[in-house]
Design a protein around this ligand. Sequence first.
Ligand code: PCA
Length: 200
Amino acid sequence: MKTLLLTGFEPFLEHSHNPTEAIVKELDGKIIGKYLIKGRILPVVFGQSADKLLRYVEELSPEAVISLGLAAGRNKVTPERIAINVNDGVRDNSNHVPVDELIKEDGSDAYFTTLPIRDIVNNLVENGIPAEISNTAGTYLCNNVMYSLLHDSKQKGVDLPSGFIHIPASFELGLTNGKLPAWPLSSLKAAVEVAIKTLN
Ligand code: PCA
């Protein structure tokens, strides 16, 4: 049985819940498609999140890694195509506000995901789940962890499929912000399961 490391994030900014945390906790230990799921939660802190992710990869030696993040405001499940060498944006959970920082001094400007995102999107849509490829993971923590693992695999010459999937907000978040597209957690979880089942 192959192992898949599935990561989610803790709540951040004004979001009282992070649906990725709930999904990862529910799927931890389950067998989905060809994979046993190992679920881990990452902090929303520049300088901690990527280190933790790389440590989990070392510890678990997974055959694939999918990181999940909340993209409040999106109304589709969006696998990310590309991660860029930038930290920039709003405060993290330690109140650090990065401005135009490089993630890696020696890193490429960008890395493409090594997940089969076209197949994942096609499979999601066939299963009735709105989905499309996203061409920007932003410059916050989601981009940061995606970039960091792709960089690490490249440096080590390791062939580890990894990447990032942003998901819409869940009902809890919609309750406090009526303008936010908000999905039931069960649909968000089903989307993640479909994505995992797409992998060889
Ligand atoms: N989403 C943020 C960070 C944590 C999360 O769930 C992002 O899109 O960068």
